[in-house]
Design a protein around this ligand. Structure first.
Ligand code: G4P
Length: 193
């Protein structure tokens, strides 16, 4: 997506350790117009997949996921990273290891929100090693739901998340694909949409 690539070039900061800081548009301050366009683009790309639920993980996946779900006319569910007091029903849970933070966390979704008739579109802000997406896929599998596709805002193509997901037979659509973050420069591959 040309607009996202331009915004990354304009507003993104490369941190020394291969991390892209985009907290003025995605991860802290959020640009609602850009989010709406990105959410709608995912809805368009996956329009023929008969999606019944959009699933993401808190917190930064929520904004694009909600716009996508609204456009598709389906609910959006975000997996929780910590158990809420109100989550007193049966839970679907998965362990997610973060290479960035070197910690394992448990993510969960209430069992009642996903079932075997659901056709899920997974949305997230970043795809790095793919562990968050893998955890979300596991939650869908536990519910018997099918994963119909994965929509990512920014893919770090020099890490192996995309390969992991494609090896699972899943279609990954990334709106910006980053080839490298070396010497303060962002270089891009051609995006999927
Ligand atoms: P993975 O899920 O693809 O394996 O990613 P990893 O463990 O490496 O990353 C964990 C967290 O760091 C995720 O967000 C992920 O989106 C984010 N992340 C990974 N690479 C970058 C990067 O280059 N820039 C930024 N800004 N974030 C990155 P999180 O901790 O769950 O955060 P949030 O969703 O609550 O904002």
């Amino acid at each position: 997506m040309e607009e996202l690539v331009k915004r990354i070039q304009q507003d993104g900061d490369v941190l020394g350790d291969g991390v892209l800081k985009v907290d003025s548009l995605i991860n802290h301050q959020v640009d609602p117009e850009l989010m709406e366009k990105m959410g709608h683009l995912f809805a368009e790309v996956f329009a023929n997949r008969k999606i019944t639920k959009v699933v993401t993980i808190e917190s930064s996946g929520i904004a694009p996921a909600i716009f996508c779900a609204r456009q598709l006319g389906v609910p959006m569910i975000f997996a929780r990273k910590s158990k809420s007091l109100t989550m007193n029903e049966e839970l679907l849970t998965a362990s997610v290891y973060s290479f960035t933070k070197q910690v394992t966390s448990t993510i969960s979704i209430s069992r009642k929100f996903l079932n075997e008739s659901d056709r899920v579109l997974i949305i997230d802000d970043f795809l790095a090693n793919g562990q968050a997406a893998k955890g979300l896929i596991e939650l869908c599998q536990q519910a018997g739901a099918s994963v119909e596709g994965i929509g990512i805002l920014i893919e770090k193509s020099f890490q192996d998340g995309r390969q992991l997901l494609e090896e699972m037979g899943l279609e990954v659509v990334s709106l910006a694909r980053i080839a490298s973050l070396k010497e303060g420069e962002v270089t891009f591959l051609e995006a999927d949409a």
